[in-house]
Design a protein around this ligand. Structure first.
Ligand code: OXD
Ligand code: MN
Length: 596
């Protein structure tokens, strides 16, 4: 196998990593079907993956990770910048030299008896001015097959890099022994480098995703004048054909994939509204030639959480998983080799294999309170499978963004929707994003966790500098900057029941947002920002759900006492950043308190 590129920077680095990890064999991934099919066969033969029902789920395979290796490991994720201040108070930091000294012995000879796969890939459409190239070295065929779905892999990525450029992200991954005590997910932003060892779980090993497209890319965006954000991108096509694009950032488990693939309520469909998905997790944003902010989705697939996905909650996501999809840690129906997870339907398979591999009677197993699928089990599905994928998905120039939405899970404080007064206030609104913990996680329920811009686990540098960067982007965009909004689908009544129906009905809120963004909708000024008049949220068809104008009024209510509490919580959070906290954020917080 040839080395697929003449670029001396790539060749030299691969040689160095080869000398370090000492694999028996090196295979360069060209991206062609023949090679990928052969690798899939090899993984099937070794048992790394298994084949699902090829009539019902053509091209789909199944994989189980080690029981101790089922999620991202934030406490073992590091940002190794030259100084601790560059990484900031919200990241684990280690001196780069110290970290290399620790990891080099661990990588030394780690691939003996194994094959090293060299995966060239592009984050973003090939040839896009917003795209960037990465190379991942891995000893896992599962990683190769996932990267083929999640990114654009193969020789075309090298062609895009060219013969001399040094602008590629160097990713090194080894499963090693999947030893959780020696698991490290390490970023060296100043070296364009990611090293990941002792994991086989997607979020830790598909280095294009969180590691490159958020942590390294956020750092690059800071240095180069663009933004990498934990945001979905969607287009709302209005009757008449005009499409308005928005991005939205929510913490994990707040429904980003659901919103990205929303199906409008019947009344909207009849009028001709359509929603198109550009991305469900990550947006790269850059000022375009016309002065507006443009977004691409750097990914090429969805790495979605399976549990909870069903015909009703997310029809489009479910459809996306019907072919050429890799399922990880879901349950199997052993009768017909199909997949099952909690929330798919009410019929757990009787002849089931649970996610750890034990054969069980599904209904009996569940009656004991056990999960058949791991709560963080995943599907890796090609974006092209999605029935509502945008025709702009591959547009190298991206889509122009009219509105940016922040949101979290708040039982009482945040209203259904409000708009920031301006960009600077919008940065403040993003910086105070928070979610309340639910019963689904260990620990106290209802505890507020600050997660600014949903980037807390993903910002590759000091968040104080990150906020400064947001302010600077706003100055550069001026009048053409997207309008900034905040939403909360999760307000509850006194019995703890959700008041707003959510899912497809979130379209009603998006409707106000997009009209407001272009200056067509009215608003009321409140202490926290602009709100719609309750009657301006279209609730036609929601009567049967008990949603009246009074209910909307209630959902938009701002309780000054709760907000004052929140403000003191924000002040505590800001203290972490010491003198580096942008003065503007402190001012914004003072103004909020004054207005309350
Ligand atoms: C994800 C996450 O997997 O945010 O997308 O954790
Ligand atoms: Mn995410």
């Amino acid at each position: 196998m040839s080395v697929l590129t003449r670029n001396p920077n790539v060749i030299k680095w691969v040689e160095e990593m080869h000398a370090l990890t000492k694999p028996d064999k090196v295979v360069w991934i060209d991206g062609g079907n023949a090679q990928l099919t052969a690798l899939k066969e090899e993984a099937l033969a070794s048992g790394e993956i298994s084949l699902l029902n090829q009539d019902k789920l053509p091209g789909c395979v199944y994989h189980r990770t080690a029981v101790n290796d089922v999620a991202r490991v934030e406490d073992r994720t590091f940002i190794c910048t030259n100084t601790q201040e560059e990484a900031g108070p919200t990241n684990n930091w280690c001196d780069p030299k110290e970290m290399y000294d620790k990891l080099i012995p661990m990588f030394d000879g780690v691939m003996k008896g194994r094959t090293m796969y060299v995966i060239p890939y592009s984050m973003g459409p090939i040839g896009s001015p917003l795209a960037k190239v990465g190379v991942e070295l891995t000893d896992s065929i599962y990683v190769v097959l996932n990267m083929d779905i999640m990114t654009r892999i193969g020789v075309k990525a090298f062609e895009n890099l060219g013969d001399t450029s040094n602008d590629f992200v160097r990713g090194l991954h080894s499963k090693a022994d999947i030893d959780q005590e020696k698991r490290y997910i390490v970023h060296f932003p100043q070296d364009n480098t990611i090293w990941s060892i002792n994991s086989g779980y997607g979020g830790n090993v598909l280095l294009g995703k969180k590691c490159f497209a958020l942590r390294i890319a956020s750092y690059q965006g800071w240095k180069e004048g663009w933004m990498a954000e934990h945001m979905l991108i969607l287009g709302i096509e209005k009757p008449g054909g005009e499409t308005v694009y928005v991005t939205a950032a929510f913490p994990s488990a707040c429904g980003k994939t659901n919103l990205a693939m929303l199906i409008p309520p019947e009344g909207y469909q009849k009028k001709g509204y359509k929603v198109w998905t550009v991305g469900d997790d990550i947006a790269w944003l850059k000022k375009g030639p016309d002065g507006r902010l443009y977004a691409i989705n750097p990914e090429n697939g969805f790495f979605g959480v399976a549990p909870g996905t069903n015909e009703k909650s997310n029809y489009n996501a479910l459809e996306s998983t019907k072919k050429n999809t890799i399922f990880t840690n879901v349950a199997l129906n052993n009768d017909d080799k199909t997949v099952w997870w909690e929330g798919l339907d009410k019929n757990p398979p009787i002849n089931a294999v649970e996610w750890k591999g034990a054969k069980v009677n599904g209904p009996e197993f569940k009656a004991k309170g056990e999960n058949l699928a791991h709560p963080n089990s995943r599907f890796t599905a090609p974006a092209k499978n999605c029935p509502c994928i945008s025709k702009e998905f591959d547009n190298p120039n991206g889509v122009p963004i009219s509105a940016m939405i922040f949101g979290g899970r708040r039982a009482k404080t945040a209203p259904l929707v409000y708009q920031a007064f301006d960009w600077r206030h919008g940065v403040f609104v993003g910086s105070i994003m928070a979610s309340e913990t639910t019963a689904a996680a260990i620990g106290a329920v209802g505890v507020v966790r600050r997660d600014p811009m949903a980037m807390l686990p993903f910002c590759g540098y000091n968040m104080a500098d990150y906020w400064e960067h947001w302010f600077k982007m706003g100055e550069e965009l001026g009048e053409k900057a997207p309008k900034i909004f905040n939403v909360n689908w999760f307000r509850t009544d006194d019995d703890g029941k959700f008041i707003w129906p959510g899912y497809g009905d979130n379209m009603r809120v998006l409707d106000w947002i997009i009209e407001r963004a272009v200056g067509n909708a009215e608003a009321i000024e409140t202490a926290i920002g602009y709100e719609p008049k309750p009657e301006d949220i279209n609730i036609e068809g929601l009567e049967s759900e008990g949603v009246t104008v009074d209910v909307v009024k209630n959902l938009l209510d701002v309780d000054p006492a709760l907000w004052k509490d929140d403000a003191s919580n924000i002040r505590e959070f800001y203290k972490k950043f010491g003198d580096k906290l942008p003065k503007e954020l402190e001012n914004q917080l003072n103004w909020l308190e004054d207005r309350l």
